[in-house]
Design a protein around this ligand. Sequence first.
Ligand code: 13P
Ligand code: SF4
Length: 350
Amino acid sequence: RSLTNEQLENIVRRVKIGFGEKLYIPGHHYQKDEVIQFADSTGDSLKLAQLCAENTQAEFIVFCGVHFMAETADILTTKNQKVYLPDMRAGCSMADMANIHQTERGWELLTERFGETILPLTYVNSTAAIKSFVGEHGGATVTSSNAEEVVKWALQQKERILFLPDQHLGRNTAYKLGISLNEMAVWDPIQHRLAFDGEYEQVKVILWKGHCSVHENFTVRNIEDIRKNYPEMKIIVHPECRREVVERSDMDGSTNAIIQAIEKSEPGSQWAIGTEMNLVNRLIQSHPDKQIVSLNPHMCPCMTMNRIDLMHLAWNLEMLEKGEPINQIKVDDQIAADAKKALARMLVLK
Ligand code: 13P
Ligand code: SF4
């Protein structure tokens, strides 16, 4: 059945009115405008996780974001609350770079070498099974908004950390905390090998060899072009960008920190932003008094975030209304219990 956008919007409005507070639609900042207009709350991954944990009224949570965010919402809500993802294909290429079997094998080999001296941390951009593994081993989750606090805490618990699955966020965060690059090693989960030049005793941070395929598209060349063409422009990037890009930028910060920086800046200020396209476009539209461009002129969409569109949202809500809900995200109870420990350790820190 092909419906016009107007008809799809009418379905969403109708279901939202019908369900009232029993329905909650959180929307990540990288979602399309056609979806975000219907979100009850918008936020970065930390804020949305906190809001889901606090929301005890909503029976149905239709999560407009990617799969790991919907899993997190399911883990943090009660048994009576149900979480749905409008399109099951909305995954995260970074989260796919670490699976539980690689994690268990890697842990076995790393603990053979380093003994009991490692604490595992995982970026929330990971499967519930990995969060559960981390929770079971005393570690915590991290988001780009609180990575410094959590890594600092972790290094007070143990001599070294294993940081999954984003090497760039791990490296950028550890560097900010004063850990030098030669105290960081990279774990290759495919080759089962640790890339490190010095003495193993020196290693403080073991970085899982994963990355975000969107944020890796911002390059040193992009920075040089901006410096040449717009010498007054400030460059702000997400910490999922490579070290050499973050190093040459003026600022880096989570999705939320980027929004705050733009909102607080003076009219007339100029910004090049290194993050996902939908957010950059929204900032351009909502700040006509500022000159804002994408750091990479080709823009960088997150294809999986974009799987959630108006059609899938309307379809999901319509099925809910019919009493035939689809695409429920349900984390196994045992996995959820340990994953919750890892999330709770993070949420008390921030
Ligand atoms: P935030 O934690 O900034 O929301 O980022 C999530 C994400 O997937 C970034 O690529
Ligand atoms: Fe995953 Fe990158 Fe998309 Fe964020 S932007 S959801 S890390 S692929």
